[in-house]
Ligand binder design. Structure first.
Ligand code: UDP
Ligand code: MN
Length: 358
């Protein structure tokens, strides 16, 4: 073996820069270095700009990182291990909002629409992460910066959906979740749905974004609430429901415009269908909430909640009416802009029985 000793002389500065550049480009080509290690955002952008696209395609072909169609996510590979092998536990939340351009470059292995599956094994979990959204661009940037590496370490086959409501209609978180469910299952056979606020950033990668036999409340301990559960039946923030769970309760109620109530309504639906919720311990199910002013609570929410169980067979995914204004398969997420008519939503439904109620 030959060892080369490089003696650093100021006059050789240019040569050393070239050597360093060659090393970075080689690392990127062979290991997809920038995507898998926590290199700084600036360095990542630089590497992605320097490595020619044709090289990336060669690398992708060899390692199966980027596929033209999704059949490659499910064939010719072993199943991923039950416990993802490279979890760190506690992770540092990156709170700076980077530009979408930079984020796109840092996530060059995502397919259009914010879709990903593990390169070396077939994921056990097909997960749609659904975000209700309006006018919180910096939250969305921070969320996306943190969530993609988090989900990839968990070896999930996932897509991030951002469901945005057109302006001039009161916000309706639960209705956007219902739309996200219906639209996402048109695209792929997801078995697990994560309904997630845009401002919650997980602090521990052992908080698995997967579904099991029971619905799970993910956001147990939030910094804003001093990492304490506010009340025992709370089911807001971020939750995981399997396709069967969601269909069994006819999704969320569509009627909660404004802030509050829809999460408690969902808890009552689950209870009514004899499902209990589970939670991981608060040292794992931990989140930071990005700062925002508190919204004005919907004055009707308690009345809606009180009557919720009478309605739940008629009010949910079986009565959902909406218009998709636009769908875009962006690098980091599938963006679906939707519109609804609040008067129609608040009318008594004609549906007599839930078609999804099994
Ligand atoms: N949201 C949004 N824009 C809004 C209001 C709400 O995008 O103007 C979404 C966003 O995903 C947010 C979630 O709805 O995290 C819940 O709203 P908020 O964070 O205001 O609720 P709180 O934290 O007060 O329960
Ligand atoms: Mn919030």
């Amino acid at each position: 073996m030959v060892t080369t000793v490089v003696i650093l002389k100021p006059g050789h500065f240019f040569k050393y820069c070239c050597l360093l550049l060659a090393l970075l480009v080689t690392l990127e080509f062979v290991f997809n270095f920038a995507a898998h290690y926590n290199v700084s955002a600036g360095l990542s952008l630089f590497i992605n700009a320097v490595v020619p696209i044709s090289w990336k395609k060669m690398r992708s072909g060899r390692h199966g990182v980027v596929h033209d169609d999704f059949t490659q996510c499910v064939s010719h590979k072993p199943l991923c291990p039950e416990v993802p092998p490279h979890l760190d536990g506690s992770i540092k939340v990156k709170k700076k909002a980077l530009s979408f351009r930079l984020l796109d470059n840092m996530n060059s292995d995502l397919r259009p629409g914010g879709r990903w599956c593990p390169p070396g094994c077939v994921s056990r979990h097909h997960v749609a992460v659904i975000i209700p959204y309006r006018d919180r661009p910096s939250h969305l940037k921070v969320f996306l910066r943190n969530i993609h590496p988090f989900l990839q370490k968990q070896q999930l086959d996932y897509t991030v959906y951002v469901i945005e409501l057109v302006p001039n209609i009161p916000f309706n978180r639960a209705l956007l979740f219902n739309i996200g469910f219906v639209e996402s299952v048109k695209q792929h056979n997801y078995s697990c749905f994560i309904f997630h606020d845009v401002d919650l950033i997980p602090e521990n990668d052992r908080n698995l974004y997967i579904c099991s036999g029971e619905p799970r409340h993910l956001s147990v301990a939030i910094d804003k609430h001093k990492y304490r559960l506010l009340y025992s039946t709370i089911f807001g923030g971020a939750i995981a429901l399997s396709r069967e769970h969601f269909i069994k309760v006819n999704g969320f109620s569509n009627k909660y415009f404004g802030w509050g109530g829809e999460d408690d309504d969902m808890f009552k639906r689950l209870q009514r269908q004899n499902m209990s919720i589970i939670r991981y311990s608060s040292d794992v199910a931990r989140y930071k909430m990005l700062a925002h002013p508190k919204d004005v609570p919907n004055p009707n929410r308690l009345k809606l909640l009180y009557e919720g169980l009478k309605r739940f067979h008629r009010d949910g995914i079986n009565s959902l009416r909406y218009t998709v204004v636009k769908t875009e398969f962006r690098r980091l997420f599938t963006w679906i802009l939707v519109s609804v008519n609040p008067d129609d939503v608040m009318k008594e439904e004609n549906t007599t029985e839930a078609t999804h109620n099994t």
